[in-house]
Design a protein around this ligand. Structure first.
Ligand code: PXL
Length: 277
């Protein structure tokens, strides 16, 4: 059985990070270990007054115990990290748990719609880009890509622009950057990948639903991680991740008013299992 470990926060209410990654990667038939980087009462996207317990000091202790147990993972996948120090520790974790065969996937969670998430800024983006240099795959949206490349964010762009961004992201040192939330018009939305080893681009698009649903980046990243862990190729992994994310957005629409903080991804888990077969 394949084994993945995901390193990100647990937002107790709000459907993102670990409460999305754990059910999704598990549903894909992969044993999913977790390292929670922080415990928040809710995520930071629209809630106020949330609690934040930092678990930075626990991460090296968990890693040491796992080293003693000689644990190995087919995939190491990181999401939201709460501080620059945490990035240093996760970077060491990559060194300790990198094997000849496994994949390292970094979702450089920094922001969306041209803005940083609460508590993040330019220094943190620079630190995150250094973590990306150690990854096989990175999964930024256009906002995160722009922050890491230190270029202005643009809402509208053409295919050439996205390809150029992908080449520059590969220049950070990762093998296969994947740009998420890509759209050239308002009919379709999807993701593009650049395999810098073979100099090849890949893309996958689905129906664009013009509503912003919180946590879809984490859904995409979790499914993509699951697909790659199962050994699916780049194209297939993009297709499953895009299709499932679109399904989740569609399923959320009837509940949109009450679901401003997250998606109804649970309603589509059955479809995900079908897509994974
Ligand atoms: O969905 C990314 C994410 C993860 N974790 C926390 C967040 C967010 C986005 O807002 O606030 C705590």
């Amino acid at each position: 059985m394949k084994k993945a470990v995901t390193i990100q926060d647990i937002s107790c209410f709000g459907k993102c990070s670990l409460t999305v990654a754990l059910p999704i990667i598990s549903a894909m038939g992969i044993e999913t270990a977790v390292i929670p980087t922080a415990v928040l009462s809710t995520h930071t996207g629209g809630f106020t007054g949330y609690t934040f317990r930092d678990l930075t000091d626990d991460i090296p202790e968990i890693a040491n115990h796992w080293k003693n147990l000689n644990l190995k993972f087919n995939a190491v996948y990181t999401g939201y990290l709460g501080s620059a120090e945490q990035i240093n520790i996760v970077s060491e974790f990559f060194d300790d748990f990198r094997t000849e065969e496994n994949v390292i996937i970094v979702d450089p969670v920094l922001g969306d719609n041209g803005k940083f998430y609460a508590g993040f800024g330019e220094d943190f983006a620079e630190k995150m880009s250094s973590l990306c240099s150690k990854a096989d795959y990175i999964l930024p949206n256009m906002t995160e890509a722009s922050f890491m490349l230190k270029i202005p964010y643009t809402e509208t762009y053409e295919r050439n622009y996205a390809e150029n961004i992908l080449r520059r992201l590969a220049g950070l040192g990762c093998k296969i950057p994947v740009l998420t939330g890509v759209h050239f018009d308002n009919r379709e939305q999807g993701a593009m990948a650049y395999d810098s080893v073979n100099d090849r681009f890949y893309c996958s698009f689905g129906e664009n639903i013009e509503r912003s649903v919180h946590g879809t980046g984490d859904i995409f990243a979790s499914v993509f991680t699951g697909a790659v862990t199962l050994g699916k190729d780049i194209q297939k992994s993009l297709d499953i991740a895009v299709n499932y994310t679109v399904e989740c957005i569609k399923a959320t629409m009837p509940y949109f008013e009450e679901m401003w903080y997250g998606s109804c991804f649970e309603l589509c888990i059955g479809k995900l299992i079908e897509m994974t077969k």
